[in-house]
Design a protein. Structure first.
Length: 73
Protein backbone atom coordinates (compact mmCIF):
# COMPACT_ATOMS: atom_id res chain seq x y z
CA UNK A 1 0.00 0.00 0.00
CA UNK A 2 1.36 3.38 -0.92
CA UNK A 3 1.34 6.44 1.31
CA UNK A 4 -1.23 7.99 -1.03
CA UNK A 5 -3.58 5.00 -0.68
CA UNK A 6 -3.23 5.11 3.09
CA UNK A 7 -3.96 8.84 3.14
CA UNK A 8 -7.06 8.32 0.98
CA UNK A 9 -8.40 5.67 3.33
CA UNK A 10 -7.70 7.76 6.42
CA UNK A 11 -9.43 10.74 4.79
CA UNK A 12 -12.60 8.62 4.53
CA UNK A 13 -12.53 7.44 8.16
CA UNK A 14 -14.50 10.42 9.59
CA UNK A 15 -17.44 9.25 7.45
CA UNK A 16 -17.41 5.80 9.05
CA UNK A 17 -19.75 4.85 11.92
CA UNK A 18 -18.33 5.81 15.32
CA UNK A 19 -17.85 2.21 16.46
CA UNK A 20 -15.76 1.41 13.38
CA UNK A 21 -13.63 4.53 13.93
CA UNK A 22 -12.99 3.39 17.50
CA UNK A 23 -12.09 -0.08 16.29
CA UNK A 24 -9.59 1.35 13.81
CA UNK A 25 -8.09 3.57 16.52
CA UNK A 26 -7.65 0.56 18.84
CA UNK A 27 -5.99 -1.45 16.09
CA UNK A 28 -3.66 1.43 15.19
CA UNK A 29 -2.70 1.91 18.84
CA UNK A 30 -1.98 -1.81 19.22
CA UNK A 31 0.21 -1.78 16.10
CA UNK A 32 2.06 1.28 17.35
CA UNK A 33 2.56 -0.23 20.80
CA UNK A 34 3.93 -3.39 19.19
CA UNK A 35 6.52 -1.34 17.38
CA UNK A 36 7.61 0.13 20.72
CA UNK A 37 7.73 -3.25 22.42
CA UNK A 38 4.97 -2.41 24.90
CA UNK A 39 1.23 -2.94 24.99
CA UNK A 40 -1.43 -1.13 26.96
CA UNK A 41 -4.72 -2.95 27.29
CA UNK A 42 -7.90 -1.06 26.54
CA UNK A 43 -10.39 -0.43 29.36
CA UNK A 44 -12.60 -3.14 27.83
CA UNK A 45 -9.72 -5.63 27.80
CA UNK A 46 -8.87 -4.83 31.41
CA UNK A 47 -12.51 -5.35 32.38
CA UNK A 48 -12.55 -8.74 30.62
CA UNK A 49 -9.33 -9.73 32.41
CA UNK A 50 -10.82 -8.73 35.77
CA UNK A 51 -13.97 -10.75 35.01
CA UNK A 52 -11.87 -13.75 34.10
CA UNK A 53 -9.87 -13.51 37.30
CA UNK A 54 -13.07 -13.56 39.37
CA UNK A 55 -14.02 -16.96 38.02
CA UNK A 56 -12.74 -20.35 39.05
CA UNK A 57 -9.69 -21.81 37.40
CA UNK A 58 -10.18 -24.99 35.43
CA UNK A 59 -9.00 -28.20 37.04
CA UNK A 60 -6.21 -30.21 35.46
CA UNK A 61 -8.78 -32.75 34.31
CA UNK A 62 -10.90 -30.06 32.63
CA UNK A 63 -7.87 -28.63 30.86
CA UNK A 64 -6.76 -32.07 29.69
CA UNK A 65 -10.26 -32.92 28.46
CA UNK A 66 -10.41 -29.66 26.52
CA UNK A 67 -7.00 -30.15 24.91
CA UNK A 68 -7.92 -33.73 24.06
CA UNK A 69 -10.74 -32.47 21.84
CA UNK A 70 -8.18 -30.65 19.68
CA UNK A 71 -5.55 -33.37 19.52
CA UNK A 72 -5.37 -35.66 16.54
CA UNK A 73 -5.94 -39.35 17.19
Amino acid sequence: MTKQQLKEILDRVPGWPQDRQEELAEIALAIEAGMKGEYHATPEELEAIDEGLKGEAASEEEVERTFATFRRS
